[in-house]
Design a binder for this molecule. Sequence first.
Ligand SMILES: [Zn+2]
Length: 56
Amino acid sequence: MIDKKLLEIIACPSCKGNLDYDKSSNKLVCKKERLCFPIEDGIPVLLIEEAQPLAE
Ligand SMILES: [Zn+2]
C-alpha cells in the first residue's frame, strides 16, 4: 500500500510527469514513458537507475 497523499506529490524522476500506482504489482508507473518504479517498505524508489520497463 501507498499513501494517496504521497502519490499526489511524487513525480517521475525522469520526465517529472504523474505516476500511477499499480496495485497488482505494487509499483509506480509512468505511463508516458512506460516505466515502473519499485516500492520498498512503502517507500517509492524514485531513481532512474531503478526504473524498469513496463510489462505488456
Ligand atoms: Zn516518466
